[in-house]
Write a new protein. Structure first.
Length: 245
């Protein structure tokens, strides 16, 4: 893959919090239009990795490029092309759903229509609800809608469907399938193997702050000599996914 064929490039990333080495050595290359899954046990460094890619955390070492942009130096340009599913803590808890959507729409020249976004994540009926009164799953769906407001070329989604009911999960999967059909590059942190099998072109398996394998779901199964991705994960990391979730 040459650099012009790379949508997301992370090279030799490392990050420590005081005495904890969250990310020891992570390198990734994601092609334009590719959906790359990031799998790993709890504490493997997934969130820290994507936060560095999104420019929300400064790496101790290594470099990141998203569509050729440096997340810190080119922050303003990156914001126009990158959509990040933010944690609750980053959102304004006292605003109504529709107000949050309008606020985020105001950041972009050609935002998706509010109705379309709310329909996409099935929050049309909650448009007048204040953020902090939403259920956990509704908050999560709203954070996904906000990541997609600006028609990003690259979307970073952290635990897309964790805690969602089966209908909401399927809805999110179709939303990602729609992004794939629009050639959006997606980085998807997940603990759900069915989701990874269905949506991801390739998967990076992280363990203890390092990438232990990057391959297609089928490639990981073949490499580990297992029938399921669950078993491949256990073989590659030596850890049970039950421990990981
Ligand atoms: N702000 C922080 N301050 C101190 N330590 C942190 C902080 N954020 C993460 N860590 C630690 O860094 C390590 C990696 O955390 P990270 O959240 O990146 O992992 P993860 O793979 O996303 O985990 P999970 O699946 O539990 O979300 C963990 O040991 C975690 O406790």
């Amino acid at each position: 893959m040459t650099s012009s064929e790379t949508a997301v490039l992370a090279e030799n990333l490392a990050k420590s919090y005081r005495h904890v080495q969250a990310v020891a050595q992570v390198s990734l290359r994601v092609a334009p239009g590719e959906t790359m899954g990031i799998l790993g046990t709890n504490g493997a460094g997934k969130t820290t990795t994507i936060e560095m890619i999104a420019g929300l955390r400064v790496p101790d070492r290594g470099q990141v490029r998203v569509l050729g942009l440096d997340p810190r130096r080119d922050r303003a340009r990156l914001r126009q092309v990158l959509g990040v599913q933010l944690q609750d803590a980053y959102l304004h808890h006292a605003l109504r759903v529709s107000e949050l959507v309008e606020l985020y729409r105001s950041f972009y020249p050609d935002p998706r229509p509010a109705d379309e976004l709310l329909e996409l994540v099935d929050l049309t009926r909650q448009r007048r609800t204040i953020f902090e009164k939403l259920s956990g799953g509704q908050k999560q769906r709203l954070s996904i809608a906000l990541a997609l407001v600006g028609r990003p070329r690259v979307a970073i989604l952290d635990e897309l469907t964790t805690g969602l009911d089966p209908a909401a999960r399927r809805r999110m999967w179709s939303a990602i399938e729609q992004l794939k059909s629009e050639a959006v590059t997606v980085l998807l942190v997940s603990h759900a193997m069915e989701e990874v099998e269905r949506l991801c072109d390739r998967v990076a398996v992280l363990d203890a702050g390092r990438v232990v394998a990057v391959d297609t779901p089928a490639g990981l199964r073949a490499r580990a000599g297992t029938d399921t991705l669950d078993d491949a994960f256990v073989t590659l990391t030596g850890k049970d996914l039950e421990e990981a979730t």
